[in-house]
Ligand binder design. Structure first.
Ligand code: GUN
Length: 312
């Protein structure tokens, strides 16, 4: 059969269709953990005390349990000591505050986290405010959040810190770009909106923070050079909602029930296949932002140990 010129043209066009490059969070997070481990090995060789991260877990949230177990595993991998304190979902605020006070005053604990979300009877802000900002390696304390907003040295929340580090290590241009963020949570969207606008690299972007009350989100994402989705709605962002060459960062990790042995799989906010056809760079789920978040908590713990943020 004779192939027409039209067909040849079409075939080469399809072949040339550009696919996005992958922002490989698994690879970069492994590099960061290696760097941390090398520092810990030196600390150990010199006979000094080893960095120690503690975690408080309240209740029975499956995702929270998995996250905390991962953090304990990461500590072992980089050579940190770790301790985990579990409370039942019926625990009182006072019990939790007592444990926080104990960790605040324990000279062997460099940093600790209270895994969120907390049960309804607890005042989340009150709990977070009880954490000594110098040990607040999640960067959730209002003092640290304020320092972040003012571009002072501080513990950056792990997920935003992970996204910045990905952009930095892949040398993605952010200066003068329009960055659209979907979601305004205290852990991701809101801090990210502040960080992308700061006078630094990565940063210097023009930032739009969209959320559940933003009508026609696609009118914003279509004009974005960088899209960061943190809303927890599987496959929300479709290829038709982004512009050619956009950088797409997927923070979603929603458990979607299926027939596998585990009973679920993790789904991102980004419809990967359609977005990868148009984006210049994209993070996969899993293997994108998730492992970066985990690595940056280790990094913050090392910074706490070394008094890099708070000098004394
Ligand atoms: N819940 C979801 N993400 C996080 C996190 O980074 N830190 C804590 N403490 N809780 C979370």
């Amino acid at each position: 059969k004779k192939i027409s010129k039209f067909e040849i043209n079409l075939k080469s066009k399809i072949k040339r269709k550009k696919m996005a490059q992958i922002l490989d969070g698994l690879k970069i997070s492994n590099e960061i953990k290696q760097e941390i481990k090398a520092e810990v090995d030196k600390i150990k060789a010199s006979g000094k005390r080893i960095p120690h991260l503690s975690a408080i877990l309240v209740g029975n949230n499956g995702a929270s349990k998995a996250y905390v177990n991962s953090k304990v595993k990461d500590c072992a991998e980089v050579g940190f000591e770790s301790s985990l304190y579990k409370f039942p979902s019926t625990a009182s605020e006072a019990e939790l505050l007592e444990k926080i006070e104990e960790l605040n005053n324990d000279p062997n604990v460099d940093g600790f986290i209270v895994q969120l979300p907390l049960p309804k009877q607890m005042d989340q802000e009150k709990i977070i405010m009880a954490i000594n900002p110098r040990k607040d390696v999640d960067g959730f304390h209002p003092e640290n959040f304020g320092r972040m907003a003012l571009e002072m040295d501080t513990f950056l929340p792990a997920t935003p810190f992970g996204i910045l580090t990905l952009l930095e290590r892949y040398n993605i241009e952010t200066k003068g770009k329009h960055c659209v963020i979907i979601g305004r949570s205290r852990i991701v969207g809101r801090p990210m909106s502040i960080l992308m606008g700061r006078k630094d690299f990565p940063g210097n972007s023009t930032v739009t923070l969209t959320h559940s009350y933003t009508p026609h989100i696609e009118e914003f994402t279509k004009n974005a050079d960088i899209v960061i989705t943190a809303l927890g709605d599987p496959h929300f962002l479709k290829g038709e909602m982004i512009k050619d060459g956009a950088v797409v960062i997927d923070v979603g990790i929603t458990r979607v029930e299926d027939n596998t042995e585990k009973g679920y799989h993790l789904a991102g906010d980004v419809d990967f296949d359609s977005c990868a056809e148009k984006a210049s760079w994209i993070t996969p789920v899993p293997g994108g932002v998730g492992p970066m978040t985990r690595a940056m908590l280790m990094k913050n713990t090392l910074l706490a140990y070394k008094h890099t943020i708070y000098k004394d």
